[in-house]
Design a protein around this ligand. Structure first.
Ligand SMILES: [Zn+2]
Length: 198
C-alpha cells in the first residue's frame, strides 16, 4: 500500500463527508464522520497530496526565512513521485506544441534553477515544479524546450516563449515568491541531511 507520508490528526465529528484543513502552522487536520475507516482517510489524504503540499507551501511563505521548514524524507519522496507522474506527460505535450524533439528528460531536485537544457537536447526539470500550479510547470518546460530552437535568452527566444505562455508575468511572480520558498525549503532539507547545521 502506498501511504501519503503526510502527518495529520483526525477529528471525528457528526459531519457527512471527509474534509482536510491545512492549519496556519502547516499541520494537517482531517475532519471525518464517526465511522470512517483509517484506510478511507489515508486514501483521501493521498488524493489530495498535491493540494496539501501546495497549501503548506503557501502557509510557510508567511513564516520568516529563519522559520523555513525543511522537507522530511517522506515529503521529498512524495515530491519525486508526484514529479514523475505529472511532468513527463506535460513535457511530451509541450514538445509537440513547440515542434521540437528533445533527446532526454531528467527530473531532479535543484536548489538554484528550475530547469536546464543542453545543446544535445538533454533537458532537466526541477522536481519541485510538481508543487507548482500547472501553468507554471508548463512555463518552465516550454522555456527549456524553446532553447532547442534558440540556445540563448535573445529577443527571438522570448518572443517564442511568450507566444506559448501569454501568462508569463503571473508565472514569474509565482516563481519569485512561492517558488523561492520551495527552493529554500529544499536547501534547508539538504543542509539538515548533511548535518552542516547545528
Ligand atoms: Zn533559459
Amino acid at each position: 500500500m502506498i501511504t501519503s507520508g503526510i502527518e495529520y490528526s483526525v477529528r471525528r465529528t457528526k459531519r457527512r463527508s471527509i474534509a482536510i484543513r491545512v492549519e496556519r502552522d502547516g499541520s494537517v487536520t482531517v475532519f471525518a464522520p464517526y465511522f470512517t475507516s483509517n484506510d478511507l482517510i489515508e486514501q483521501s489524504i493521498l488524493k489530495n497530496v498535491s493540494w496539501i503540499l501546495k497549501k503548506q507551501a503557501e502557509v510557510r511563505k508567511f513564516l520568516s526565512e529563519n522559520d523555513i521548514v525543511s522537507f522530511s524524507e517522506q515529503e521529498l519522496d512524495e515530491i519525486k513521485h508526484l514529479a514523475g507522474e505529472k511532468i513527463p506527460p506535460v513535457f511530451r505535450l509541450c514538445a509537440n506544441v513547440v515542434g521540437v524533439e528533445p533527446k532526454k528528460l531528467t527530473l531532479r531536485p535543484m536548489i538554484s534553477k528550475w530547469g536546464s537544457c543542453s545543446s544535445r537536447g538533454h533537458v532537466s526539470i526541477n522536481t519541485l515544479l510538481a508543487l507548482a500550479p500547472d501553468n507554471v510547470m508548463r512555463y518552465i518546460v516550454i522555456h527549456e524546450l524553446c532553447h532547442l530552437k534558440h540556445m540563448d535568452h535573445s529577443k527571438s527566444f522570448k518572443e517564442l516563449l511568450y507566444l506559448y505562455c501569454p501568462d508569463h508575468v503571473e508565472c514569474d511572480k509565482w516563481l519569485s515568491t512561492e517558488g523561492v520558498v520551495l527552493s529554500r525549503r529544499l536547501r534547508e532539507s539538504i543542509v539538515n541531511k548533511n548535518g552542516c547545521k547545528s
